[in-house]
Design a protein around this ligand. Sequence first.
Ligand code: UDP
Ligand code: MG
Length: 339
Amino acid sequence: MELLHPWRLDFRQPPELRPAPVVSLVLPCFNEQEVLPETTRRLVALMARLEGDGQAAPGSAIYYVDDGSSDGTWRLIAEYAAAFPVVCGVKLSRNRGHQNALLCGLLTVPGDVLISLDADLQDDLEAIPRMLDNYRAGSEIVYAVRSSREQDSFFKRTSAEAYYRLLALLGVQVQFNHADFRLMSRCAIESLRGYEETHLFLRGLVPQLGYRTSVVEFERAPRFAGTSKYPLRKMLSLAWQGVTSFTAYPLRLITGAGALVSLGSLLLSAWALGIRLFTDQAVPGWASVVIPMYLLGGIQLLSLGVIGEYLAKVYESTKKRPRFHIEAVCGEGFDKERP
Ligand code: UDP
Ligand code: MG
């Protein structure tokens, strides 16, 4: 039996002998018609440069994944695919969210190396040649991390910092200040295929794969045009997925809190009994009854909510619903053999 994954076989060679890979850029797009012309212009130039420098093999291409946009995004993608042989597109049947659109791209496009990035030009394209250098030097996964968060608002900066700290505290392995701008080799992608999570949090999933990883730093630019497609609601939902998909710690916390409150109430009962038996006073207090009642009621409801969230996850997972449906594809890249 072949123990090594077939995609690993090429990697027995010393890194400097690795041939230039076929590079696929994967960009989820949701209502991005304002940025696509500039993004395409820059990416087409980048691909030509990478091929010219021998960093990317012929056949390398740009893959836009249209996440059910309601504006002219797909029309533009189809136009560019007809005009530039390096541009290809995948259209999802409806909006499935950034993580699902990205996963669709990663699991369907061909190529030896897949690099995911945002369509709004916030991710610095100059980091891509450095990521490819790291790949040639033996990394299967290269994370692009932000060297600073000065661009962000005070709220986003502090909440992101607190969130990453919380994840670390809960034992969830994530790369600090890394979103979804990363390089993955074919070998890593094929391993990712084995994970069938309904609720995706790729930032937490990719570190689970293992393999040799490395990091390149980049300065994140402001969005080139258009508005953010990640409102606070979607961000909070993603943050919650990050916690509940990777640790059962909140459930354990509830058990701990329950044990603590029970112990406290036992002590309180002993105290009340002591007063009743050994003194002639009654236990005073409206406050000592009513406050714990509301407090415990609140904690109980909160705990039920957290348990319910995990249960809902189990429920969703048992249905095994597909995470995306592809409505159409365009471009020459898809004429080639699929991975
Ligand atoms: N995106 C997507 N589907 C969605 C929301 C966002 O494919 O439902 C894409 C979006 O087009 C962009 C990337 O995800 O390429 C990141 O979104 P955005 O730049 O709006 O997020 P922000 O940078 O503001 O966090
Ligand atoms: Mg953005």
